[in-house]
Design a protein around this ligand. Structure first.
Ligand code: C2E
Ligand code: MG
Ligand code: MG
Length: 651
């Protein structure tokens, strides 16, 4: 039923569908009006010629009333229709109400003209073709809702029928219409209606299809520039618009700045309150930043990171305001807003690089609780260049042998002899000189390249073992530092097993250190990886114990063979009286948990004696040796500066 009513035009149309009908009619209106104008001009010329050739000037008044007036009205209406429809289609006017009035007038005038001419023709015994043509013209070339077409058609057919029914047929001399004429008339009316309904429904279907397409297109173009979660712009939009902006000659480049925002500790907020609350916070913050930087380019970069391209003037104030807003939203997790700022130099147009620099400045103040804003300056530029150098050159450095393994001895408190070595990476670079891990480990982790270094260190250590064993030189079990990401980025355990096999290294010569901070995320793969390593016969050590917040939980959830107590405990050895009882308790705890204790960062003999006294099993630190290349270590052993357990005198 509903479908039938819809098909007859009794439906509520969307604006899109209404507009579609209207512009279809305007397009048809252009062709129709051109035909009408040409036709009427021709009729006027023909009649005028006839008047002069047949000398009918005396009947001009009569002819004007019957013909000229109608031709002129129709010509006038056609011209109005043509002018309006052309203006509408070319976008010069959008006033649809005027257009509707013109469409109605045009239709009524056409039908009126059809009736008038055909009545005249009929009275002379001629066909009523003009009436039929005009009906088809106005009702079927234009698209009407069927019920409206029904009203117009029925009224005009009825009126026309009523008029000819009152005439006397010229050929028969009889009054009224014949049954055949009535039937023909009825069929014509029905046919007109059928065409109207069919036309309406095909146009409507097309309109609905186009509307769907339009919606899909609108959705696609929206999501291509909009961040799905927060609804503010995304980076595609940012890059495009920022590029344009920097390209304009009118842009005051001295006064623009890229800002990179990071909500520090957002991860903890997410963990504590769940993703839903985390998302809510991001949405709120996104709208705040969008509002406060109104008129500037604002986009979500990723996760809890946002970028802004704005004027230097006033930016500092807004950053301060935003920092305050974050405090308002933070609940029980301490959130800090960090912002890095980069001022492009000259005609710089690389948007990604500019964002990268602002981000670099932002990262440089992470964990500096007193700082919210950092401008990218010369000192950061040097660090930034080094970072890029590291990321782009790690493969080359490995290939060319710039990466070296340094060994730092681990000493037994029982006899003061070396009972192990820690392998620590060094990058001996031809341009930058000796780079320590603090310059490259974090960067390689950030760019997910760390596994390349760790695989290389595994191979280098195994090779060193093999050479030492072959030459019957001293070598002690080596502990290797694994990054949490190694387990994610490659099959590090598989690689270790293969390499150990390749160089025939006894498994008790290789231990694995995993730093405590790696275990705070509670990923699923780490417990399995640790279990795996132990099942293959490797000892797993917990590195930097006490440096993070999760120490005791980690001991509860994982099984480690050795506990490396972080050097920060010893750094307060003389100044902080709490250090000693804490260390004593940790050492006792390791014994209770059946682990070996090792304290890092031993720098003085006093510290070492204390560790001996409290029963700490092993010690490592500058007191014995800094990390050194293998040949230097061998020299130290040979000279007696370092002693090594008998069992390791010859590997
Ligand atoms: P870590 O594993 O905790 O290594 C101990 C760090 O403390 C080493 O720094 C070492 O030189 C330093 N150290 C040792 N004794 C003392 C001391 O008495 N006083 C002081 N102040 N420091 C001492 P390094 O070699 O700079 O390594 C830093 C960190 O980089 C390492 O911490 C480790 O987490 C990471 N790392 C080093 N090599 C590698 C590697 O090959 N792979 C991975 N994934 N990480 C590595
Ligand atoms: Mg270590
Ligand atoms: Mg450590």
């Amino acid at each position: 039923m509903k479908a039938i009513l819809n098909g007859l035009g009794f439906e509520k149309q969307s604006k899109y569908v209404r507009d579609y009908f209207f512009s279809t009619n305007m397009r048809a209106g252009i062709y129709m009006s051109i035909v009408i104008i040409v036709l009427e001009i021709w009729m006027i010329i023909r009649l005028t010629v006839k008047i002069f050739t047949d000398n009918l000037q005396s009947q001009f008044r009569q002819l004007f009333k019957t013909y000229y007036l109608n031709y002129l009205i129709l010509l006038f209406m056609g011209t109005i229709m043509l002018v309006y429809a052309t203006r509408y289609i070319s976008g010069k006017t959008a006033r649809k109400s005027t257009g509707m009035i013109i469409q109605w007038l045009f239709t009524l005038v056409c039908i009126y003209f059809g009736i008038k001419i055909s009545l005249n023709d009929y009275s002379k015994g001629e066909q009523i073709l003009t009436f039929l043509t005009m009906e088809l013209f106005a009702l079927c070339l234009l698209t009407w809702r069927p019920y409206i077409a029904f009203i117009i058609a029925s009224l005009s057919y009825l009126y026309f029928y009523y008029r000819i029914d009152g005439m006397i047929a010229v050929n028969t001399g009889e009054h009224g219409t014949t049954v055949a004429t009535q039937i023909n008339f009825f069929i014509m009316w029905i046919s007109t209606m059928m065409v109207c309904i069919a036309k309406y429904n095909t146009t409507r279907e097309q309109a609905l299809k186009d509307e769907d397409l339009e919606k899909i297109n609108a959705y696609l173009s929206k999501i291509s520039v909009e961040d799905e979660l927060t609804g503010i712009h995304n980076m595609v939009h940012f890059r495009n618009e920022a590029e344009k902006l920097l390209g304009y000659v009118t842009t005051d480049k001295e006064n623009i700045i890229f800002l990179f925002f990071d909500i520090e500790n957002f991860k903890s907020y997410n963990e504590k309150y769940g993703f839903h609350e985390g998302n809510e916070l991001l949405i709120k913050f996104a709208h705040m930043i969008d509002d406060l930087f109104k008129g500037s380019l604002v986009s979500r970069f990723s996760d809890d990171h946002f970028v802004v391209l704005t004027h230097v003037d006033g930016a500092k104030n807004i950053i301060g305001q935003l920092s305050g807003e974050i405090k308002r939203l933070q609940k029980e997790v301490h959130l800090e807003l960090k912002c890095g700022a980069y001022k492009p130099v000259g005609d710089e147009a690389d948007i990604s690089l500019a964002c990268d620099r602002a981000r670099f400045a932002c990262n440089s103040i992470k964990k500096h609780y007193d700082r919210t804003l950092r401008l990218y300056d010369k000192s950061l530029e040097d660090k930034f260049q080094l970072k890029h150098y590291i990321v782009n050159n790690i493969d080359n450095a490995i290939e060319k042998g710039y990466i070296k393994v340094y060994y730092q001895p681990v000493v037994s408190t029982e006899d003061g002899c070396i009972c192990g070595l820690e392998a620590l990476a060094r990058w001996e670079d031809p341009n930058y000189g000796l780079l320590s891990p603090s310059s490259f480990i974090e960067i390689l982790e950030e760019y997910r390249q760390i596994y390349k270094l760790d695989e290389y260190i595994i191979e280098a250590v195994c090779r060193d073992y093999r050479n030492s064993a072959d030459e019957h030189r001293p070598f002690a079990p080596v502990s290797l530092n694994f990054s949490r990401l190694d387990f994610e980025l490659c099959d590090i355990v598989g690689y270790l097993c293969e390499t150990v096999k390749k160089y025939s290294v006894p498994k008790n010569y290789i231990d694995i250190e995993i730093t405590e901070s790696a275990l705070t995320d509670q990923q699923d793969f780490l417990p399995d990886a640790i279990r795996n390593l132990r099942s293959f016969g490797y000892k797993v050590w917990l590195d930097d114990f006490g440096s993070g917040y999760s120490s005791l939980n980690v001991l509860k959830d994982y099984h480690f063979d050795v506990l490396k107590i972080d050097m920060k405990f010893l750094s307060g050895f003389t100044s902080n009286e709490k250090t000693r009882p804490i260390l004593e308790n940790i050492v006792r705890l390791t014994k209770e948990l059946d682990m070996i204790s090792l304290t890092e960062g031993v720098e003085t003999a006093e510290q070492f004696s204390f560790l001996e006294a409290i029963g700490c099993d092993r010690a490592q630190g500058y007191l014995f040796s800094k990390p050194v290349p293998l040949d230097v270590l061998r020299e130290k052993i040979a000279s007696g500066e370092l002693k090594i357990s008998k069992e390791y005198m010859s590997a």
